[in-house]
Design a protein around this ligand. Sequence first.
Ligand code: MN
Length: 138
Amino acid sequence: MIEDNHSFIFPKGEKLSSNWFTGDAFLTPLLARDRNNDFALGSVTFEPGARTNWHTHPRGQVLMVIEGKGWYQEKGKAAQAIKKGDVVNIPENLEHWHGASASDKMVHVAITNYKGEENVVWLQPVTEGEYEKVNNNQ
Ligand code: MN
């Protein structure tokens, strides 16, 4: 595993809540919303197998993958493989999840826009069955 000696761009940060994430996911906040920037900016590290719950963003989200390999899936569609260098533009109010693949970690920077005081609406976990189906169809 090359990544053991790899220097990552941003610190791994603090472990994220298992209420909204499955497996080991970590966040380093990079920039809070301010008077000019109506979004939160953060780096999220997903260890292999880790992923978000299903969720929506009231004004969308942009992901920039900066390390590894993972998945982005919109409800009712096939999952898309994502890897270092990919940019994902997620529309508003679209149910989706993102995370690592079963065998690789994945790190993305997330730009998450606000509507009022809200930038995410958390839904149900991605089940083991849903996740296995995605990983076995690659
Ligand atoms: Mn999202």
